[in-house]
Ligand binder design. Structure first.
Ligand SMILES: [Fe+2]
Ligand SMILES: [Fe+2]
Length: 416
C-alpha cells in the first residue's frame, strides 16, 4: 500500500507543480497538508505532471481540511550511527538498569484487560448483564468517537511493528530474543506492557457491537504487514527521540478519548483510556530520560539527532494503515481525530515545546557550530508550527465540510 496513489501523490505534486499548488506540511502525525479531494473514481492520474491546470485549480478550490497525510517518501539511510558510538550505550547499561528499568511496573502490580471487562467466570446471566450494561453505555457514544477509538486501537494492535522497529536500533537491540542487556530487558517488558492496550480496546470494542470487527481486524492485518517507516536509520539517538515523542502523543490521544468517554457517560471506558494514557506517560518518561542522558554524555550528537527527527517530522506509527477499501484511510482517520480534538496539529506543537523544555535544550552549552544551529532550529520550532497551523485552520474554516464512509463503523458517513 505504500505505493498506492494517495501515498505518493501529494509529494509528487509538490515536486512537479510547486508554483501552482503550494502544499504545507506541518506535522507528522498530523502533517497538515492542504488537501486535494480525490476524483470521484478515487484514482489519480498515473502521472501527475499531466494533470491539466484546470483540474489543479478545481482541486485547489476543493480544499477540504487540515488533515494528516502520509509522509513524503524518505531517503533511506541505514546505520547512521558510527559503530564506535555503540560504546555509549554499552557504557550506559548500568545507568539504564538503575534509572530506566524501575520505570517498568511489576506484572503483579499492573492492571490487566480482564480488570475492565465482563467476567466470563460469572454465571451466564450475570455475564450477559455486564455485556448489556457495556452496550447500553457505548450506545451513547457518537460514531465519530468510534472512528477515533478504532484508529487508536488499530495503532496499538500493530505492536509487533514497534518492537521490530526498536530492535532495528544499533547498540540497544535484543540480540538473542532473551538478552539480559538492560536495553533488551526494557524493550521486551515495554512491549509486554503495551500489549495490554490493544488487547483491552479490542475486546471492549468487540463487546460494544458498534463496529465491524471483520474490517477492523483486516485493517490490523494490513497494517502489521505494511510496517512503518519512522526514519530512525537504525540509530538509537534518532530512535529514542522518536519514541519520546510518540509516547507523549499517545498519552495525549488516550487522555482525550478518556475525557470524551467521561463526558458522554461511559465512565468505565474513561477509566480504560485513562489507564492506558497513564502507561504511555510512564513510557514517555523513560524514553525522555534516555534522551536526557544522551544530552549529558554526548550533547552534540544528541541535539543533532533531535534536529534530524524534527526536520523529518515525526511520522505516526500507523501511517501505512489500510482497510482494503479506502485508499486514504489514515488521512481520514486523522482528520476525524483532529476535528474531535483527540490529536491535533496543536498537540504536535505542544509536544515539541514540552520536550524542548523537558530537555532544557535552550540551556545546552559548549556546542559546536552545527549543533548550535540545531539548537536554534529546535528551540524556535513550536511557534513556527503554530503559525502554519493557524493558516491551515483558516483554510479549513473557509472550506466545505466533507463526508467520508468508514468501513470500521459499517460504512456510515462521518464529517471530516
Ligand atoms: Fe500503547
Ligand atoms: Fe506507547
Amino acid at each position: 500500500m505504500r505505493s498506492s496513489p494517495p501515498s505518493v501523490l501529494p509529494h509528487q505534486i509538490k515536486q512537479s507543480i510547486p508554483h501552482q499548488l503550494p502544499m504545507q506540511s506541518l506535522s507528522p502525525s498530523l502533517s497538515l497538508h492542504t488537501h486535494l479531494r480525490l476524483p470521484e473514481s478515487g484514482q489519480f492520474p498515473a502521472n501527475p505532471t499531466t494533470i491539466p491546470a484546470k483540474c489543479i485549480r478545481k482541486w485547489k478550490s476543493q480544499v477540504i481540511s487540515a488533515v494528516a497525510a502520509p509522509p513524503a517518501p524518505k531517503k533511506t539511510t541505514a546505520h547512521s550511527m558510527p559503530p564506535e558510538k555503540a560504546e555509549v550505550f554499552k557504557s550506559l547499561e548500568g545507568w539504564a538498569k538503575q534509572s530506566v528499568l524501575p520505570l517498568l511496573k511489576p506484572v503483579d502490580q499492573c492492571w490487566q484487560p480482564q480488570d475492565f471487562l465482563p467476567d466470563p467466570a460469572l454465571s451466564k446471566g450475570s455475564f450477559m448483564e455486564e455485556v448489556a450494561a457495556l452496550r447500553a453505555r457505548t450506545a451513547e457514544l457518537p460514531d465519530d468517537y468510534f472512528v477515533v477509538l478504532v484508529g487508536d486501537m488499530i495503532t496499538e494492535e500493530a505492536l509487533p511493528t514497534y518492537q521490530t522497529m526498536i530492535n532495528t536500533l544499533d547498540g540497544v537491540r535484543d540480540e538473542t530474543g532473551a538478552s539480559s542487556s538492560p536495553w533488551a530487558v526494557w524493550t521486551r517488558a515495554w512491549t509486554a506492557e503495551e500489549n495490554r492496550h490493544g488487547d483491552l480496546l479490542n475486546k471492549y470494542l468487540y463487546l460494544s457491537g458498534r463496529v465491524d470487527m471483520q474490517m477492523v481486524e483486516r485493517t490490523v492485518q494490513y497494517l502489521i504487514g505494511s510496517g512503518m517507516d519512522p526514519g530512525t536509520e537504525n540509530n538509537p539517538y534518532l530512535g529514542f527521540v522518536y519514541t519520546s515523542f510518540q509516547e507523549r502523543a499517545t498519552f495525549i490521544s488516550h487522555g482525550n478519548t478518556a475525557r470524551m468517554a467521561k463526558e458522554r457517560g461511559d465512565h468505565l471506558l474513561a477509566r480504560i483510556c485513562g489507564s492506558i494514557a497513564a502507561d504511555e506517560k510512564r513510557h514517555e518518561n523513560a524514553y525522555a530520560k534516555i534522551v536526557e542522558k544522551l544530552l549529558q554524555v554526548d550533547p552534540t550528537d544528541a541535539i543533532l539527532a533531535i534536529e534530524d527527527m524534527m526536520r523529518k517530522k515525526i511520522t505516526m506509527p500507523a501511517h501505512l494503515m489500510h482497510d482494503g477499501r479506502d485508499p486514504r484511510l489514515f488521512d481520514h482517520f486523522s482528520a476525524v481525530a483532529q476535528r474531535l480534538g483527540v490529536y491535533t496539529a496543536n498537540d504536535y506543537a505542544d509536544i515539541v515545546e514540552f520536550l524542548v523544555g523537558r530537555w532544557k535544550l535552550d540551556k545546552l552549552e559548549g556546542l559546536n557550530g552545527s549543533a548550535r544551529r540545531a539548537q536554534d532550529y529546535v528551540c524556535g520550532l513550536a511557534p513556527r508550527i503554530r503559525k502554519l497551523q493557524e493558516r491551515a485552520e483558516e483554510r479549513v474554516r473557509q472550506a466545505e465540510p466533507r463526508r467520508v464512509r468508514f468501513s470500521w463503523i459499517n460504512n456510515k458517513e462521518i464529517t471530516l
